[in-house]
Design a protein around this ligand. Structure first.
Ligand code: SF4
Ligand code: SF4
Length: 99
């Protein structure tokens, strides 16, 4: 069996992937996020080619964005499309993105 074909290119090149839950997110979503204020928005997910942003269902309000640190490349595409400037990039020295 060809094992290399069953892993992602990212995991193959970096040794990291979506199952590496220890990976810190390279971005963070602040309380400015419209979804946290009851407004339905998924603009960031639609812009993320890496599939690093997912929306977890919840009762009583719009779904909230969650970042998969193992998939996020830090490209910043989601930052520019966010209508409320709620997404910030982590510093380039590898610090965790906390808001
Ligand atoms: S684009 Fe911005 S406001 Fe919309 S869900 Fe993503 S973080 Fe929230
Ligand atoms: S920085 Fe890029 S890869 Fe990471 S969540 Fe935003 S759009 Fe996706």
């Amino acid at each position: 069996m060809d094992v290399s074909s069953s892993i992602s290119r990212r995991r193959f090149l970096t040794g990291r992937g979506s199952s590496d839950r220890a990976d810190p997110p390279r971005i963070a979503v602040s309380d400015l996020c419209l979804a946290r204020s009851g407004v339905s928005c998924m603009a960031c997910r639609d812009e993320c080619e890496a599939g690093a942003i997912a929306f977890r269902p919840r009762l009583g309000g719009p779904f909230l964005p969650e970042i998969d640190g193992g998939l996020c490349t830090g490209c910043g595409n989601c930052v520019s499309v966010c209508p409320s400037s709620a997404i910030v990039l982590a510093s380039l020295d590898g610090d965790r993105a906390d808001v």
